[in-house]
Structures are given as structure tokens and as C-alpha cells.
Design a binder for this molecule. Structure first.
Ligand code: ADP
Ligand code: ADP
Length: 228
């Protein structure tokens, strides 16, 4: 479970990026986070990753208040969260297999676990035959698949996708969405920040809309825009 309790974030320049946000996300939910540029989406995500602290209020993930996650514990805490980005962020000097294996090595997975798990997640994203390819030899859609494989390699409880289809053509975006939906069906909570109106409108999932740091809509089967 993810809970924001009256969370406010005021940056040093006095910009109020989140303004008294209260929200609950249940385990296994799929949530779109929408809002214009500057609405507070990145701030919301950074707060979940404990990259920034609330100015007021509290964030709870699982049973733990992030207040009680010490600096030393942050890397362990973040293992619970898989991240994918608009620009994939793969390591260019490592091949597909090694990109995924690297993410597992970082958390001290054993070589045996890595040998078992990497082929499994690459199969899940349909890239078994590209394991020796380097990122620059892959299409954008394929790179995002690798990024998804890497994000789920360590079995996170939450997957955060920040504009994951932003650089993809509509057909490829649909493929990536199907994969993200599959990951969600397997039990992972998904939070996806997006500007992809078509995807939000056709998915009929929960939509949380931010505007100037406030939640202006929270709908069970929501749309990208209020009255569309
Ligand atoms: P996006 O539109 O993709 O959410 P932004 O353009 O809002 O991204 O922000 C890009 C990065 O720059 C983020 O990490 C954000 O925290 C940071 N950023 C945005 N606005 C400011 C600002 N006024 N001062 C410092 N950093 C900022
Ligand atoms: P979004 O991701 O929806 O584009 P952000 O969370 O990046 O929104 O930004 C929300 C507001 O906070 C914006 O006004 C942005 O300029 C400001 N902001 C973001 N990061 C910083 C920062 N590091 N320092 C100061 N202001 C920031």
C-alpha cells in the first residue's frame, strides 16, 4: 500500500510543487498520474523514491513511513521499486543480458539467481533472441522492453513508469502498454505518469490528475481530460 498523508513539498525557491496531497493506492492497483508539465508529477515520484522529503505530511509505503527509512536503508527500500523512464536509461556499453544482470548484481543477487532470472525476464518481454545486442542496436520499443525487464528483474512490489511511451510510435507504445498491464496483472502495483491521452482513455484505469500541486481528480475508470 502507498499512502500520502497531507503531503506538501515546497522547494527552496518557494515553489509549492505538491500542496496537501492525500491519496491511497492499494497493492496491485494500476494508476495513471496525469497533469500538465509543472503539475507536480516528478515531485510525486521523487517523493516515493525518497529522493526528496515532504516539507509537511508523511508518505507510507507498505507498512513503513518513509520518515523511518534512514539514509543507510534507502538502497534497500528502493529495491521494492522498479523504475522505467521515457529515455530508457540503459548502459550503452553493456549488452541486453548484462544490462539486466547488472541491476541484479547491484542488489547482491547470486550468480545462480542471475542465471535463472535474466533469461526469464527477457523471455517475458519477448527479447530472448536479443540478449547479446547492445542498446544502440535496438529500436526504441526494444530498448524500453529491456528497461522493463531490468525494472522487474528484482521482483519489485511497485513499478513506476515515467512517461514510458513518450518516445515511441503509437503501435510500439501499445506493445509496451500491454507488457506493463501484464506486469500489473502478475501483482505488481503500477504508477504511470503520462501525457498519452489515447492510452489513458482506452485503458479505463484509475486516473489521478494533478494541477499546480493539487489533486484535481481521482477517478476509478478515469480519462485523460475531465470532460473529454
Ligand atoms: P517533466 O516535464 O519531464 O516532468 P520537468 O521539466 O518538470 O520534467 O523537470 C525536469 C527536471 O528538472 C526534474 O528533475 C525537476 O525536478 C527539475 N526541475 C524542474 N523545475 C525546476 C526548477 N524550477 N528548478 C530546479 N529544478 C527543476
Ligand atoms: P511535472 O513532473 O508534473 O512536470 P514537477 O514535479 O517537475 O512537475 O514540478 C512541479 C513544480 O515544482 C514546477 O513548478 C517546477 O518548476 C518546480 N520544481 C521541480 N523541481 C524543482 C526543484 N528541484 N527546485 C525548484 N523547483 C522545482
Amino acid at each position: 500500500m502507498i499512502e500520502f498523508k497531507n503531503v506538501t513539498k515546497k522547494y527552496d525557491n518557494h515553489v509549492v510543487a505538491l500542496n496537501d496531497i492525500s491519496i491511497k493506492i492499494e497493492p496491485g492497483e494500476f494508476v495513471f498520474l496525469v497533469g500538465a508539465s509543472g503539475a507536480g508529477k516528478s515531485t510525486f515520484i521523487k517523493m516515493l523514491l525518497k529522493e526528496i522529503e515532504p516539507t509537511m505530511g508523511e508518505v507510507v509505503v507498505g507498512t513503513k513511513s518513509l520518515r523511518n527509512v534512514t539514509k543507510k536503508d534507502i538502497p534497500y527500500y528502493r529495491r521494492k521499486i522498479g523504475m522505467v523512464f521515457q529515455d530508457y536509461r540503459l548502459i550503452p556499453t553493456l549488452n541486453v543480458y548484462e544490462n539486466v544482470a547488472f541491476a541484479m548484481r547491484v542488489i547482491d543477487a547470486t550468480p545462480k539467481e542471475i542465471r535463472r532470472r535474466v533469461p526469464m525476464v527477457l523471455a517475458l518481454v519477448g527479447l530472448s533472441d536479443r540478449s547479446k545486442s547492445f542498446p544502440n542496436e535496438l529500436s526504441g520499443g526494444e530498448q524500453q522492453r529491456v528497461s522493463l525487464a531490468r525494472a522487474i528483474a528484482n521482483n519489485p512490489t511497485v513499478l513506476i513508469a515515467d512517461e514510458p511511451t513518450g518516445n515511441l510510435d503509437p503501435e510500439t507504445a501499445k506493445d509496451i502498454m500491454r507488457l506493463i498491464m501484464d506486469i500489473n496483472k502478475a501483482g505488481t502495483t503500477v504508477l504511470m505518469a503520462t501525457h498519452a491521452k489515447d492510452i489513458v482513455d482506452s485503458s479505463k484505469r484509475r486516473v489521478i490528475a494533478l494541477e499546480k500541486g493539487r489533486i484535481v481528480r481521482d477517478e476509478k475508470k478515469g480519462r485523460y481530460e475531465f470532460n473529454a
